[in-house]
Design a protein around this ligand. Structure first.
Ligand code: F6R
Length: 260
């Protein structure tokens, strides 16, 4: 696992570099998309590169990590709409090439199985962007999730609903109670995991993710078992890392030409 500690803008540029390099080499790249605050600057940077440098998403496929259950099709916080607004519609990404689990499906388990199949049929995810919850979730794999889980229905923890209330006018009761989420086993099949975390409120989760024992109590720790996982954190999110100096030294001595 590589840990990079840098200001947020630099982290966003690094993640965008990794995505750009994939898209330039193989326009049909499959990208895994996260919602929430963490990837927003990456999406800003990709949109800028699209406008200024012609970076194209025209042939790329995108798969979202998760979706709330039951939010109306036109609800601005429905993740499908968030991804359209934050990235897909700012670049040349055809709407039908970006998919997410269907939180409005009548048969939710069938929708989850269909979503797994669509990721598999696309050849799997090349690069998966991730954020981390203060409770250590990735996607919406809350504490206690099976480390081998696949896309399924999950109950959101009170903590996650409180954390996400800021997207619902600060009213936790308006945050849905359930979601569909890629499982940890699903996420682990992506070829490169790139997790972004900023702010002191993420410091404990980041410490557990990088340095804690692998455990369902901190679901993100499963990333320690991935052969190509990159953790991009600012100073505040890195503030509880025991080996922070070593990570800094390792990254500083990395050759310039070598990407993430
Ligand atoms: C969202 C997702 C979640 C968020 C996490 C952090 O698609 O999968 O795991 O990444 O809750 O959220 P932010 O970035 O808003 O702090």
């Amino acid at each position: 696992m590589e840990v990079v500690i840098a200001p947020e803008r630099e982290l966003a540029a690094l993640a965008a570099d990794a995505i750009e390099s994939l898209l330039r080499r193989r326009p049909r790249t499959v990208l895994g998309l996260a919602t929430g605050s963490s990837p927003l600057k990456v999406y800003d940077e990709l949109a800028r590169r699209h406008t200024e440098d012609g970076l194209s998403f025209a042939e790329a496929r995108g798969f979202m990590l998760d979706e709330y259950v039951g939010l109306a099709a036109d609800h601005p916080e429905r993740y499908r709409n968030v991804i359209a607004t934050e990235i897909a519609e700012r670049v040349d990404w055809p709407a039908d090439q970006v998919r997410g689990p269907d939180g409005l499906a009548v048969d939710l388990p069938a929708a989850c199985a269909a979503y797994e199949e669509s990721i598999r049929a696309a050849g799997g995810v090349d690069l998966q962007l991730l954020g981390i919850g203060t409770d250590g979730h990735i996607a919406f794999n809350e504490p206690g999730s099976s480390l081998a889980s696949r896309t399924r229905i999950k109950t959101l923890t009170r903590q996650t609903r409180v954390d996400n209330a800021r997207f619902f006018d600060g009213d936790v009761e308006r945050v849905p109670t359930h979601c569909l989420t890629q499982g940890l086993g699903t996420i682990m099949q992506a070829r490169h995991l790139v997790l972004l975390a900023t702010g002191k409120h993420k410091a404990e989760a980041v410490h557990q993710l990088v340095e804690g024992p692998v455990s369902a109590l901190w679901p993100a720790t499963v990333m320690q078992l991935h052969p190509h996982a990159t953790v991009l954190v600012d100073e505040a999110a890195a503030s509880r890392l025991q080996l922070a100096d070593y990570y800094r030294q390792t990254y500083a001595s990395k050759p310039d030409w070598q990407g993430l």
